[in-house]
Design a protein around this ligand. Sequence first.
Ligand code: UT7
Length: 322
Amino acid sequence: MSQITAFGTYVPEKIINNHYFENLIDTNDEWILSRTGIRTRRFAKDGEYTSDLSYKAVQDLVSKSGKEVKDVDFIIICTTSPDQPMPNSASRLQYKLGVENAGCNDIYAACAGFVYGLQMAHGFVNSGIYQKVLVVGAETLSKIIDMDDRTSCILFGDGAGAALIEPGEDEHFLAFNSGTNGDLGHDLYLSHKKNSINGVGINPNGRIIQNGRSVFKWAVGNIPNKIRDLVEKAGLTLDDIDHIVPHSANLRIIEAIAKSLDYPMEKVPESVTEFGNTSSASIPLAIAKSMQTGGIKKGDTVLMIGFGGGLTFAGTIVKWNI
Ligand code: UT7
């Protein structure tokens, strides 16, 4: 049986407000705030990469929990913005942490990445393959934003969140689900190669390209039912869920999901207003903010659901133990 036994986060120091973009593209603070809810985001420094943010998030995990991480036996970094395609960012983290012997792998599942990472860690630990797994959702999206595209560059930010998964006496993961609409793959992508997705020619500029309206519609139209499905799988009702933590893509998406479920927004932690859309890091950052402000606490039942590029989603329900 597996549990999340420690947790930490990190965001870079540099705060970017909405006015920053007014000199670069045709936009303004009012549009960004009203369409997305975003007030600020963080950008990593030059030379600061995803494995660096991951390292700081793990340091935070260690200082908060007192846990030893030198003996972790598997490291997963969930990211859309790895340091480079090879070596993977998890291997960079293994080196920086001085972990002696750990398998290392990056998961590329965009904004659903962190929850996919938790699902895999649960499988590893419960099958006995590994005993101590680090799952880090980390992004330096500022390095892959298309600054000429006003519909997307204002959305994204950098950050990291880390969780340690270990065997325990009780099972703390209560349910899982996931699914994919590969038919919509061309609506959110990043490519360095001249190519096509679903027969649709794509722009290989190595930057994030998104059809915002399509992704918005897909998220609002599908995620509420996936949340209901997850709750049912756990044998619970929505009243039993203390917090729903959806991927923080856009405050309007989060509000629409809550409204569709008739679930109170006060119980829906978010990180998008302060940190922008941080993809794989958005769920852990929302959890950390909620814990700091007296929201999520030990013993709570927490539902997390990530969704994005793929288009793919992944959800889980966890008994929070920290
Ligand atoms: O994390 C991965 C998953 N991603 C998401 O879930 C993102 C989902 N999508 C969104 O969050 C929203 O679709 C956006 C925030 C990207 C866009 O908001 P929207 O309400 O869907 O705007 P829109 O694309 O329908 O554009 C409305 C108008 C357009 O002008 P016209 O055609 O009505 O004249 C855009 O050109 O707003 C214009 N616009 C802007 N205006 C000022 C688009 N971007 C900007 C901008 N500043 N930055």
